[in-house]
Design a protein around this ligand. Structure first.
Ligand SMILES: [Mg+2]
Length: 234
């Protein structure tokens, strides 16, 4: 029987790109008031490109988006000629805005109902903080790539979840939007998988998830059908 559900966060429970763009814009304003040569020299998009540059130099830290944001800011300050730079203060501006998130409308009610029947956990490659977002009461465990040391689709995060939940992979359903990180990664780890396809994308190829849903309300129906077929086989 299914005992636990693990959820991807960004683009599964909320739209992340509008949030990131807003956070980058707020950070840009903060920099303009304190370190004006940085925004004079770099647009918000160019600052984002610096993250790619620092990751290229340290691919072993690519999974840690907090590190790459801070390293990119530090590099920007250096190139703009600031010997002293408050990287923690700058990151805090970004991070607070990055966690000012409105989940999709059905998310909290659906998770509340699911949490009565299943253990819920989150498995994210990003650095969202469920406490700041206000969903932490629904999840018994949250893992991200920074905690684990590698990102999905690598098996480590799935293996850690299975171990910490004290469940076999086939007792867990992973639910996420990313065909490779969530569906393929979950399958490789032996989890059941559900693809969250909110925007009607075509499946890009490879083995499909066991179910495809357009929102979490549909997940309840999928799980009910699986439970019914499992109990009729028993
Ligand atoms: Mg995602």
């Amino acid at each position: 029987m299914i005992k636990a559900l693990t959820f991807d966060l960004d683009d599964t429970l909320w739209d992340i790109w509008p949030v990131v763009e807003r956070a980058e814009a707020l950070l840009h304003d903060w920099l303009a008031s304190r370190y004006p040569r940085i925004p004079q020299q770099f647009t918000a998009l160019e600052l984002r490109d610096l993250s790619a540059e620092v990751i290229a130099a340290r691919p072993d830290l690519a999974h840690d988006r907090t590190w790459s944001r801070k390293a990119a800011l530090q590099l920007a300050a250096q190139r703009a000629g600031y010997a002293e730079f408050d990287v923690e203060g700058a990151f805090e501006v970004f991070y607070r805005a990055r966690n000012t998130i409105e989940p999709f409308a059905e998310v909290r009610p659906a998770l509340e109902r699911l949490a009565r029947r299943y253990v819920l956990a989150s498995l994210s490659n990003g650095n969202a903080d469920l406490r700041l977002i206000g969903l932490d009461d629904l999840f018994s465990m949250s893992l991200n790539a920074i905690d684990v040391g590698t990102a999905k689709p690598e098996p480590l995060m799935f293996e850690a979840a299975s171990r910490l939940l004290q469940l076999r992979p086939d007792q867990i359903v992973h639910v996420g939007d990313h065909p490779e990180h969530d569906v393929w990664g979950g399958q490789q780890a032996g989890f059941h998988t559900v693809w969250v396809n909110r925007t009607g994308r075509d499946w890009p190829g490879g083995p499909r998830a066991e179910a495809e849903i357009s929102d979490l309300t549909e997940l309840e129906a999928v799980l009910a059908a699986w439970e019914a077929s499992l109990s009729s086989q028993a």
